[in-house]
Write a protein that binds this ligand. Sequence first.
Ligand SMILES: NC(=O)c1ccc[n+]([C@@H]2O[C@H](COP(=O)([O-])OP(=O)(O)OC[C@H]3O[C@@H](n4cnc5c(N)ncnc54)[C@H](OP(=O)(O)O)[C@@H]3O)[C@@H](O)[C@H]2O)c1
Length: 287
Amino acid sequence: MKILVTGATGFVGRNVVTQLLQAGVEVRALTRNPAKANLPETVEVVRGDLTDLSTVAPALEGVTAMYLFPVEETAREVVALAGQAGVRRIVDLSAASVTAGLHTNPVEQAVEESGLQWTHVRPCGFMANMLQIWAPSVRAERVVRYPFADDPMNLIHEADIAAVAVAALLEDGHHGAAYTLTGPALVTVREQVRAIGEALGEEVRYEEVTRERARELMKAQGGFAAESADLMLGFTDYGGEAASGEDGYSDQDWSVLMRPWPDVEKVTGRPARTYAEWARDHIEDFR
Ligand SMILES: NC(=O)c1ccc[n+]([C@@H]2O[C@H](COP(=O)([O-])OP(=O)(O)OC[C@H]3O[C@@H](n4cnc5c(N)ncnc54)[C@H](OP(=O)(O)O)[C@@H]3O)[C@@H](O)[C@H]2O)c1
């Protein structure tokens, strides 16, 4: 059995690769830049771009299942190529916002209409979202400057998303399921910062700033922080096409995103990882 992992260099994809290897499965990893992929030696790394179908077809040869990173523009064609190549099972990375009805997901639709076995993996916000934003000031000054001190956030460890994806790739019984994935409990910004300090064994100060000030700081940081500032700080709408309902909003249920879901434990047999575990797993990034 050989499994194609797309998005293999991403937070989730890297964990999918590692966990498949641990399960003794042969892995082919797709990346646009093999030279930078930095994947384990036992992985067959192939160059490919999900928006360039001529590179996708060869990557699918001899593959029985695929972890699909969501690239909407070509999802339908990629899934069709997978079927032609003999792939029998696809697990796609989606989002809990689809469960909440905030939008639909063309990748999910393509996979469902493929005639193949499919499973949707729908995580809430990643614990890792703040890594690139907070790590520089934690490393330099042991401080986090951010708003929303006491707002509860529903966050998940990327290794748990991968664990559910791997179970759905390897085990029978997950066809037609959409798993909504969260951590074991909601966690505030203040609690996240405290957990990072505890993992470091040093105090990390939390400095509450306004959204506007946080935006300035994130824009000045450049890269991912600058790109995601407006969305993360609530200056732009979530976007996307709402699931259904004439006004486009009637099927929205935000409470879905504001409570822990049991799906990680249901699928993997063990509780979702806590934020404290995530902080320990990433401590070198903060040191
Ligand atoms: N962040 C959140 O809170 C959140 C919540 C719910 C759902 N999600 C979903 O999770 C995704 C992020 O997953 P992640 O964190 O694992 O990934 P990531 O760390 O953002 O990395 C992006 C990955 O996608 C690959 N990729 C991007 N465009 C590609 C293309 N055209 N062809 C082939 N590969 C392509 C990249 O591969 P190379 O650069 O190596 O080619 C890389 O492996 C989001 O896009 C969203 O759909 C995120």
